[in-house]
Design a protein around this ligand. Structure first.
Ligand code: 5GP
Length: 347
C-alpha cells in the first residue's frame, strides 16, 4: 500500500485568477477551434460534447448541437433507424460502442450492413467504465486497424500513464473522468476515483506531449466549470447533466402538481434504470454505479448552450485569452478553502 501525498483538486477547489486583458468584448473570443488529430485529420468546431447517455446522446441533440458546431456522442442504444436521422450531420456525430461481443462484432467483424452504417460517421466513441484493462487497450488497437481513417475517442481513464497507453494504442482523443459524473456513484460504491481538475491537468499534459487530445468527461455543473476544464487543458469538454432536462433529450416531461414544476428523468448508464432497460436487470456479481434523478425541465437546449458559451467567453476575457485554445496559456488557478455551491441555474 502507498499513499500519494500530493493534494489533487476538483473544479470546486479552485477559481481562475483574473488578469489584465487587451480584449474589449466577449464577442472577440473565438470559441471555434481547429484541432489536428494523431490520425492526421483535422476538425473545426466548438469543442463541447454531449455525453453518450440515453437521455442526452439523442439524434435530436445531435441535430441541434451540430448547428452550434458542437459534437454529440450518440448513446449506443439509439436504434439503428434513429441513427440514420443524423447521418447527414456525421461530421459532428460520434457513434458509440462498448466492449460486448455484439459491439465487437459490429465494429470489427465486417458485419454486412453495419460496416456501411458506420462508414459515414467521423467519430467512433469507445466507452467503457474502466479503461484500465489490457483488453481495452487491445480493443482500441484492433479498432484503429479496422478503421484507420476514423477519429477514435476512447476512455475512461484519469491518469497520465493510461492516457498515453490509449493514445499509443491508436486513440485520437482520450476521455478523462473516473467518478466525477453528476449521476455517478463509483466513488461511493467502489472508493475509486480521481479529482477531476487534477485528472484533466495531468492527462492533458501527457496527451499533448505525444500529439494527442483529451476530452474532460463529467463533473461540470456550471459554465464556470466548463471554463475551468478548458483552462486546465481539456481539448474537449463532455457534458451529461448540464444538457439534461431539455426538449432534445429522451424521456417525458413530468408535471409535479404539488410544486407546479416540470421535470425530466436523467439516469446514469450504470444505474439500475439503465441496466433494467438494456441488460435485463443488475447482474448478481455487480452493483449499480449510477443514480436516477429528476432534473428541472429547461426547454430548448440552445438557451443553455448560450449560457455555457457566455460563461466561457466571459472567462476568456477575464484572463486575456482570445480563444478557447489560448485559455490554458492564460490561466492561473487559485485554490479556495470552501466548496462553491454553484449548482447550474441557481446562480
Ligand atoms: P456529468 O456531466 O453529468 O457530470 O457527467 C457525465 C458523465 O458521467 C458521462 O459522460 C459518463 O462518463 C459518466 N456516467 C454516466 N453514467 C454513469 C454511471 O451510471 N456511472 C458512472 N460511474 N459514470 C457515469
Amino acid at each position: 500500500m502507498r499513499i500519494e501525498e500530493d493534494l489533487k483538486l476538483d473544479y470546486s477547489d479552485v477559481l481562475i485568477r483574473p488578469k489584465r486583458s487587451e480584449l474589449t468584448s466577449r464577442k472577440e473570443v473565438q470559441v471555434i477551434r481547429e484541432i489536428q488529430f494523431r490520425n492526421g485529420d483535422s476538425w473545426l468546431g466548438c469543442p463541447i460534447v454531449a455525453a453518450n447517455m440515453d437521455t442526452v446522446g439523442t439524434p435530436e441533440m445531435g441535430i441541434e448541437l451540430t448547428k452550434h458546431n458542437m459534437i454529440t456522442c450518440l448513446s449506443k442504444y439509439v436504434g439503428e433507424n434513429r441513427r440514420y436521422d443524423v447521418h447527414e450531420k456525421e461530421n459532428n456525430i460520434a457513434i458509440s460502442f462498448g466492449m460486448t461481443q455484439k459491439d465487437r462484432d459490429n465494429l470489427l467483424g465486417g458485419m454486412m450492413g453495419f460496416t456501411d452504417f458506420i462508414m459515414p460517421y467521423r467519430f467512433i466513441c469507445l466507452d467503457v467504465a474502466n479503461g484500465y484493462t489490457q483488453k481495452f487497450v487491445d480493443y482500441v488497437k484492433e479498432v484503429r486497424e479496422e478503421w484507420p481513417e476514423k477519429t477514435i475517442i476512447a476512455g475512461n481513464v484519469a491518469t497520465a500513464e493510461m492516457t498515453e497507453a490509449l493514445l499509443l494504442a491508436g486513440a485520437d482523443i482520450v476521455k478523462v473522468g473516473i467518478g466525477p459524473g453528476s449521476v455517478c456513484t463509483t466513488r461511493k460504491i467502489t472508493g475509486v476515483g480521481y479529482p477531476q481538475l487534477s485528472a484533466v491537468i495531468e492527462c492533458a499534459d501527457a496527451a499533448h506531449g505525444i500529439g494527442g487530445h483529451i476530452m474532460a468527461d463529467g463533473g461540470c455543473q456550471s459554465p464556470g466549470d466548463v471554463a475551468k476544464a478548458f483552462c486546465a487543458g481539456a481539448d474537449f469538454v463532455m457534458l451529461g447533466g448540464m444538457l439534461a432536462g431539455h426538449d432534445e433529450c429522451a424521456g417525458d416531461i413530468e408535471h409535479c402538481i404539488e410544486t407546479g414544476e416540470d421535470h425530466m428523468v436523467f439516469y446514469g448508464m450504470s444505474s439500475d434504470t439503465a441496466m433494467n432497460k438494456h441488460s435485463g436487470g443488475v447482474a448478481t456479481y455487480r452493483a449499480s454505479e449510477g443514480k436516477t434523478v429528476r432534473v428541472p425541465y429547461r426547454g430548448p437546449v440552445k438557451n443553455t448552450i448560450q449560457q455555457i458559451l457566455g460563461g466561457v467567453r466571459s472567462c476568456a476575457t477575464y484572463i486575456g485569452a482570445s480563444s478557447i485554445k489560448d485559455m490554458p496559456k492564460c490561466a492561473t488557478f487559485v485554490k479556495v478553502n470552501r466548496q462553491l455551491n454553484t449548482v447550474f441555474g441557481n446562480e
